[in-house]
Design a protein around this ligand. Structure first.
Ligand SMILES: NC(=O)c1ccc[n+]([C@@H]2O[C@H](COP(=O)([O-])OP(=O)(O)OC[C@H]3O[C@@H](n4cnc5c(N)ncnc54)[C@H](OP(=O)(O)O)[C@@H]3O)[C@@H](O)[C@H]2O)c1
Length: 267
């Protein structure tokens, strides 16, 4: 067993996963050392190839600044945030970059197939890029190079496809619970809908009352919702679904979709 050559700074969710998959190659540095971690100062005496920052997004600048007083400026430093530009890392380090796993990661919930987990990478210099490609390729078969602007857009898209969808599941859960219906009855359709995404436009697979323009069913649904914000959400998303349906046939029609919705009694 050799000495660790990769430092992970921070000891939260991401660090738990990254240190698990890197095994003996990694050492975790924490603000307060424990049996399984070292201090930031202890990193100064180690022979490291790279540092991964696994601290909150708003601590990347300050933590890297603090580390720059301890570590050589030529040591590549990567953060792990989807939404944060690489240059948020202190410019006292010449090789900076990002490794962002597209997954919600929680301590104690192991990733079953790391090699299937998509990793987005970016580096500010060629040597850092080469190192990062190699490290990321050791972990996953899905490694994609995206610059800061693209990664920020992808992070935003992940909010729609992950966080917002989970919020909609929560509404479904509440509706079921209020009426003594097992939420589990919806799990097969939830899994089927997610599993049937194949990289094509999701709108092409859309079904349901709004996609059919079935205003009678939509009115019934609205009358069953007693919370105004859920009624608004129902109307707004139904608008979107109909806009997508119209733009599917003729991209210019999408502009006038609100008029069509009013005609169909959804507005
Ligand atoms: N969790 C995810 O799902 C996920 C997925 C992709 C990317 N990421 C990225 O991974 C990075 C870390 O996220 P995380 O979910 O692992 O965060 P987290 O669970 O909150 O852990 C962050 C760790 O940073 C350290 N830290 C250093 N300074 C801190 C400060 N001032 N306040 C609080 N903690 C501080 C703490 O460890 P010590 O106290 O031991 O130093 C803390 O455990 C973020 O950039 C995030 O965007 C997270």
């Amino acid at each position: 067993m050799g000495s660790p050559n990769i430092a992970i700074v921070g000891n939260g969710n991401l660090a738990w996963h990254l240190s698990g998959v890197l095994g003996d190659r990694a050492v975790v540095a924490s603000r307060s050392a424990s049996a399984s971690t070292v201090t930031y100062q202890a990193l100064a005496g180690m022979s490291l190839d790279a540092v991964f920052l696994a601290v909150p997004d708003n601590r990347i600048a300050q933590t890297s600044e603090e580390l720059s007083g301890l570590l050589p400026p030529t040591l590549p430093v990567f953060h792990t945030s989807g939404a944060t530009p690489a240059d948020r890392i202190s410019n006292r380090f010449c090789h900076r970059g990002v490794l962002w796993p597209i997954r919600s990661l929680r301590r104690g919930e192991p990733v079953t197939h790391w090699r299937d987990l998509p990793l987005v990478i970016y580096a500010t210099t060629e040597p850092a890029g080469q190192l990062l490609r190699r490290l990321a390729g050791d972990l996953s078969d899905s490694v994609t190079w995206l610059d800061d602007r693209q990664r920020a857009q992808l992070h935003l898209a992940a909010v729609f496809s992950n966080n917002f969808v989970t919020a909609l599941y929560e509404i479904a859960f509440q509706l079921c619970r209020q009426h003594d219906i097992p939420f589990e009855l919806l799990l097969p359709i939830i899994r089927h809908t997610a599993g049937s995404q194949d990289g094509q436009r999701p709108a092409l697979r859309q079904t349901g009352a709004a996609a059919r323009g079935d205003s009678a069913t939509m009115d019934r649904h609205l009358s069953l919702l007693d919370q105004p914000e859920y009624q608004k959400l129902y109307r707004d998303i139904s608008h979107l679904i109909l806009q997508y349906r119209l733009s599917e046939h003729d991209p210019h029609l999408g502009r006038d979709a609100n008029d069509d919705l009013e005609d169909e009694g959804v507005a």
